[in-house]
Design a protein. Structure first.
Length: 468
């Protein structure tokens, strides 16, 4: 046993993924150090704006969802390419909508939670190297003013974005390519509000996206095939207006921009999310096009999957710690690959130029809209509601139980064992949970005779029928 640990888990990167993970682990009793290369008070000028239903459920399980919902606008209908409409109000969730709110609102809530749970947050601190051994990981870092230091941790998680220093230090490849270049982003005010809360359209040589923040500001994203320039090329409001006019037929009277940026979007995924005692999550593990607004959401869901597993191993709650930690890769890597496929399909339809792709953009939307099972599957994937981890890893909705809502009971970060009234079933032998850290609940419906073990991330392990 290594008795010279500085911390149980070192998290590298204080974006939403790292903040959620660090807060979860500290709430479970672990010592957590979170380092971030940005100086304190420097805003993360982000492209993320959308929080999907599944992410809101996970935030609800941490008591944060209602506060976040109050910061943004609810979108109950998504309309793509003027032909493809998704009715999000049909999602089987307490949050049947897309929440449009800037990433800094998410980070604000998660930062407050991380600090309140005791996370040691260190800004202006950068990772320089990692060395692993059988007992832990030694991280070489530089702090403020470049002062060198080392930190010793049992585990390290890289949540430090596309240019992850953790991934680079591990020597992991990041295969993929740029899917689209010279995207422009702007936060603006509009003289004329769009008819739809979420406005998306593509015309082959240009596409545009507009979403409200709910406070009079709008996020605009656009692309023009005729102007493919490096990210360093200046961008002004007139360029954004011109793209909007091509994509929508109007620029909605854009004015008073508070932020304008140019960027490119890659599709990449690391082959491994775990290398011994070091893990990757969020953009450090996978990046993809902004279509569908799934980036930040996928990272937060990575964190929710990994945090309880690391916590269980740190507490000694599982007889098979390596198998439990390996399940992070087994469950989340396929999800990352699926997000790459779905977001890539949307962006390619938006950029369609050839005859076949233009025909697909014309024909596919009405077919998806008319075929309700297909539409539900697409909505389930984009919203995260439809994600499952095999037969024994189905998402559990927010059930009404005698003791209250399920996602309120999950706020303790523990497993919840649901059983019929009057029964007290034992835990499954292989369940990675201590009986002392288990919340027991009963079905509100007395006719239900099944037993359900719900993981801290809201996914279930069925345990059969109750006796007696």
């Amino acid at each position: 046993m290594d008795h010279h640990l500085d911390t149980d888990v070192l998290v590298v990167g204080a974006g939403p993924t790292g903040l959620l993970l660090a807060g979860d682990l500290a709430a479970s009793g672990a010592r957590v150090t979170l380092i971030e290369r940005r100086p304190q008070g420097i805003a993360n000028m982000t492209r993320a704006f959308a929080v999907h239903a599944r992410t809101l459920e996970l935030l609800d399980a941490r008591g944060l969802a209602d506060d976040l919902v109050a910061t943004g606008s609810r979108v109950t209908r998504m309309r793509l390419f003027r032909r493809l409409t998704f009715d999000l109000s049909r999602l089987p969730s307490r949050f049947p909508y897309l929440l449009v709110t800037p990433q800094y609102e998410v980070e604000k809530l998660l930062t407050q939670r991380a600090l309140s749970t005791g996370v040691d947050v260190r800004h202006d601190t950068e990772l320089r190297g990692l060395t692993q051994d059988a007992d832990g990981v030694t991280a070489s870092i530089t702090g403020p003013e470049g002062a060198p230091a080392t930190l010793r941790a049992r585990y390290v998680v890289g949540t430090d974005g596309m240019r992850s220093s953790v991934r680079t230090t591990l020597g992991l490849p990041f295969p993929g390519s740029s899917v689209i270049r010279s995207l422009v982003l702007a936060d603006v005010r509009l003289t004329e509000a769009p008819a739809e809360l979420l406005t998306v359209n593509g015309v082959g040589d240009a596409f545009g996206f507009i979403a409200p923040f709910g406070d009079g500001w709008y996020r605009v994203m656009g692309w023009d095939r005729r102007r493919q320039v490096p990210d360093s090329e200046p961008v002004d409001l007139e360029e954004v207006r011109a793209i909007a006019r091509r994509a929508f037929g109007t620029d909605f009277g854009m004015h008073d921009p508070r932020w304008i940026s140019r960027f490119h979007s890659d599709e990449r995924q690391a082959p491994a999310y775990r290398v011994n005692r070091v893990f990757l999550a969020g953009d450090a593990a996978h990046v993809h096009s902004p279509a569908g607004g799934q980036g930040m959401n996928t990272g937060l869901q990575d964190a929710a999957n990994l945090s309880w597993k690391l916590a269980a191993v740190l507490r000694g709650d599982t007889a098979e710690p390596e198998a439990l930690l390996d399940s992070y890769q087994a469950e989340r890597h396929p999800v990352g690959a699926a997000v790459l496929r779905s977001s890539g399909a949307i962006i390619r339809l938006a950029m369609a130029r050839g005859l076949f792709l233009r025909a697909a953009r014309t024909l596919v939307p009405p077919l998806v809209t008319l075929m309700r099972p297909l539409s539900a599957k697409v909505m389930g994937m984009i919203s995260g509601i439809g994600i499952a981890y095999g037969r024994d890893g189905a998402r559990v909705p927010d059930l009404d139980l005698r003791e209250g809502r399920l996602y309120e009971l999950l706020r303790g970060g523990e497993f919840v064992l649901i059983a019929p009234a009057g029964t007290r079933p034992p835990l499954p032998p292989a369940a990675p949970v201590s009986p002392a850290r288990l919340t027991r609940a009963t079905w509100a419906d007395p006719a239900r005779r099944t037993v359900l073990l719900v993981r801290p991330d809201g996914y279930a392990l069925p345990t059969g029928r109750a006796s007696g």
